[in-house]
Ligand binder design. Structure first.
Ligand code: SDX
Length: 436
């Protein structure tokens, strides 16, 4: 980061001495005001619950321009990556900082392929869950359990150990997600098959059975691979910030990623794709397109908690570029499957059109986000609604681990420890029970 010639001067109307704070420039995007010395110099904290105006770190991985609707992974536009690359190339980009040439690509694919199996003990963790446990509850447990296998062999301060942990997590997440799915439907687990690509292997572990050969459908494999690319990283979102804060204590990277899985589950975050599809199915059940007006009225009613799931974003105040790509993928997949007239997709497009013309959404700059269409694509691929967020976690694991490794590799990093504005009781003495 580059020191700016401009200083920020903070002055107080109560005559307290003003202070100058340095500004830093990034390569693109907003400058930052360095407040690290503010408390030491003024005895005051800044106050920013939800971190709307706070940069938590200095990162080189992902850049988002919310007004333009732009998303770059290591400088490459998401549209070009989704069109020209596959997910493992994007993983290499996020972890190592650039797209691999043919030789490095082959080496990386071989490394990941050779880490796809999980310890045979992992299946016994699953048996502790009810068959109808939510897959995200299972995934939170399984990813955390990975730390039990590698706790003694992972020194987070060792860059090579961090690299191996990254390989293991990228490689094993598809196996774990497929195991969580198979466990829920009572089918046997399917082992990884090294002759298949990353995404074809995932589809086979999900949908094959021991009873017959499974031929991956190239259109569906390409679609799931693109879903992985679109979800791979997204700057300092809630789950990535969780992973960074958790990892800042020096904990095992598998435990830090498990914390990210738990955070992503929330309906305001990664759980929105499951909630968006359920919302569309509810509208469909209650009358479909004709009933959209009534639903929008509920959303706008301050007394209702109804939200248009898959719409709105803390950063994007324009169309989420991933949603555009996801809508295209919808067209491709539904067309290839002969589902071009899928009523839910038509309902989603009608809902989007109405919302984008409605003053309530326009005034609040609420546009479709990545979660609005992803559920429709995943449902068409055959993925059950309850597994949508686990798929999101599978894809986001590479982003989480890249961000975690960037933080730990930064010599300036410290354990994250925010302060507070205290509004509770001043000091008071305990009274004996009889006096309370
Ligand atoms: C993801 O951060 C990331 O990058 C996340 C993510 C990633 O890749 O990691 O992009 C993935 O989480 C995408 C977002 C998925 N969530 C949803 O689709 C859930 C629905 N969206 C909302 O919950 C909401 O839009 C958030 C949580 C996404 C953003 O909320 P903010 O930035 O805190 O905005 P806000 O809640 O303060 O809303 C501002 C106004 C409010 O109205 P007023 O109080 O001004 O009258 O907009 C309204 C909100 O009520 N609003 C919505 C709405 N989202 C915001 N009204 C109806 N439907 C919505 N979806």
């Amino acid at each position: 980061m580059t020191p700016s010639d401009v200083k920020a001067t903070l002055s107080f109307s109560d005559g307290s001495p003003s202070i100058d704070l340095p500004l830093y420039k990034g390569s693109i995007g907003p400058d930052v005001i360095d407040i690290r010395k503010l408390y030491g110099q003024t005895g005051k904290f800044t106050y920013d619950p939800g971190f709307l105006s706070t940069a938590s770190c200095n990162s080189t991985i992902t850049y988002i321009d919310g007004d333009k609707g732009e998303l770059l992974y290591r400088g490459y536009p998401i549209e070009q990556l989704a069109e020209q690359c596959d997910f493992l190339e994007v993983c290499h980009l996020l972890i190592y900082g650039d797209l691999p040439d043919a030789e490095h690509r082959a080496k990386f694919v071989k490394t990941i392929t050779n880490h796809t199996m999980v310890n045979e003990q992992m299946q016994f963790f699953l048996r502790g869950f009810r068959r109808d446990a939510h897959p995200m509850a299972v995934m939170t447990g399984l990813v955390g359990a990975l730390s039990a296998f590698y706790h003694d062999s992972t020194d987070v301060q060792n860059p090579r150990h961090r690299e191996i942990a990254a390989h293991r997590l990228i490689a094993k997440m598809p196996t774990l997600v497929a195991m969580a799915y198979k466990y829920g439907i009572g089918q046997p687990y399917i082992y990884p098959k090294n002759s298949l690509s990353y995404s074809a292997n995932f589809m086979r572990m999900m949908f094959a059975t021991p009873c017959e050969e499974y031929e991956p459908n190239d259109v569906l494999v390409r679609a799931i691979d693109r879903i992985f690319i679109l979800h791979a990283d997204h700057e300092q979102n809630a789950s990535t910030s969780t992973v960074r804060l958790c990892g800042s204590s020096g904990t095992n990277p598998f435990a830090a990623i498990a914390a990210g899985v738990a955070c992503l589950w929330g309906p305001a975050h990664g759980g929105a794709n499951e909630a968006a599809l359920s919302m569309l199915e509810d509208i469909q059940r209650n009358g479909g397109v004709e009933k959209i007006g009534e639903f929008i009225k509920q959303v706008k009613d301050k007394n209702s908690t109804v939200k248009l799931m898959g719409f709105g974003h803390r950063v994007y105040k324009n169309y989420d570029p991933r949603a555009k790509l996801m809508r295209e993928t919808c067209h491709e997949v539904l067309g290839a499957l002969g589902l071009g007239n899928d009523p839910l997709f038509k309902l989603a497009m009608a809902l989007e059109k109405i919302a984008l013309e409605d003053e309530y959404f326009v005034a609040r700059k609420l546009y479709p986000n990545v979660d609005f269409y992803s559920g429709i694509v995943q449902r068409a691929i055959g993925i059950p609604v309850s597994l949508f967020t686990a798929i999101f976690a599978l894809a986001r694991t590479v982003g989480w681990i890249a961000q975690l490794n960037e933080m730990i590799g930064d010599p300036e990093y410290k354990i994250g420890r925010p302060r507070q504005l205290y509004a509770g009781s001043a000091r008071r003495d305990v009274k004996a029970l009889a006096q309370r």
